[in-house]
Design a protein around this ligand. Structure first.
Ligand SMILES: [Zn+2]
Length: 294
């Protein structure tokens, strides 16, 4: 009997960087590489193939790759990927042919959440949600340790509407939480309150603790729509926990903690993600072993 493969190749594609590494079943990472991502279609395809070929395939069960955008979790089809021109690119066929391995393509938040529930303190039992806060707001669901896609693209929590008369969103609706509680929205709030352009969320949190009313106002206006969205998330799917991740995940969790609890039927336990920038590449490798939610 051959030994079961105990490693996988993980790739995490971000808006600006791509990470690749060998990931063990236990989440251990080795041979990590980080490069600036090639945003054009042909350059990206060549880059991904080259990174996979450069890693040692011995004992590898397959390849997992996380994409920053909408991915049909059932088929692996890339429907959109933000600034990257890779919609419709068939990575499963391309990488499968290159490496002779099975390929799993998922939304990057699903990969990060897999890592959090497998290697972090969050309990993997039941339905766990992730909300990512970065340039935009993303999300994912994991059920019993496996990504849950609904009809294909479940978990797009950035597009929970919190104000039907709010600003237009790129998805076609108005007043999505992404238009209020993303990093982009935080930058606009900073300017609207007359603060220095580029003021960081951590600076705002420090200043609010010291009693700065303007910093507190910016943080509350940024986090309150997210609090509403989390209540809606609780009402719709009632996850046992929401992990707040992404580059601004820790700051958002801290800003949410500042808000008074709201009366009503729904409250939602949440916690900041714990694994940092490597969660995506670790989860991408673990996805090869994770199976699919029923
Ligand atoms: Zn939207």
């Amino acid at each position: 009997m051959p030994r079961p493969a105990d490693t996988a190749i993980g790739l995490d594609v971000g808006g600006t960087r791509i990470r690749a590494a060998i990931i063990g079943r236990d989440g251990a990472m080795r041979d990590r590489r980080i490069e600036a991502v090639q945003p054009d279609r042909a350059g990206f395809a060549a880059q991904v193939s080259r990174l996979v070929e450069a890693l040692n395939h011995t004992g590898c069960a397959g390849i997992g790759i996380g994409i920053p955008g909408r991915v049909d979790g059932g088929t692996g089809a890339i429907l959109s990927a933000g600034y990257l021109d890779i919609a419709g690119l068939d990575l499963r066929a391309r990488l499968g042919a290159t490496a002779g391995l099975s390929v799993r393509v998922e939304n990057d938040a699903a990969m990060a959440l897999l890592a959090e529930v497998s290697c972090g303190p969050a309990d993997a039992r039941g339905l766990v949600a992730m909300v990512t806060v970065g340039t935009g707001v993303g999300g994912a669901l994991v059920s019993e340790g496996r990504p849950w896609h609904g009809g294909g693209v479940a978990g797009q929590f950035g597009h929970i509407v919190v104000d039907a008369g709010g600003p237009p969103c790129r998805c076609g609706q108005r007043g999505c939480v992404e238009t209020f509680s993303s990093g982009t929205a935080l930058g606009a709030l900073v300017l609207a309150e007359g603060l220095a352009p580029g003021t960081r969320a951590e600076d705002l949190l420090d200043r609010a603790v010291q009693g700065d009313a303007v910093a507190a106002t910016v943080l509350d206006r940024w986090a309150l729509p997210m609090q509403r969205a989390l209540h809606t998330l609780a009402a719709v799917v009632n996850p046992v926990r929401v992990v707040i991740g992404g580059g601004l995940g820790g700051a958002m969790a801290a800003a949410l903690d500042r808000l008074p609890a709201r009366d009503g039927w729904y409250s939602q336990p949440f916690a900041a993600a714990t694994l940092g920038d490597d969660a995506g590449v670790i989860g991408a490798g673990l996805s090869v072993f994770a199976g699919r939610a029923p």
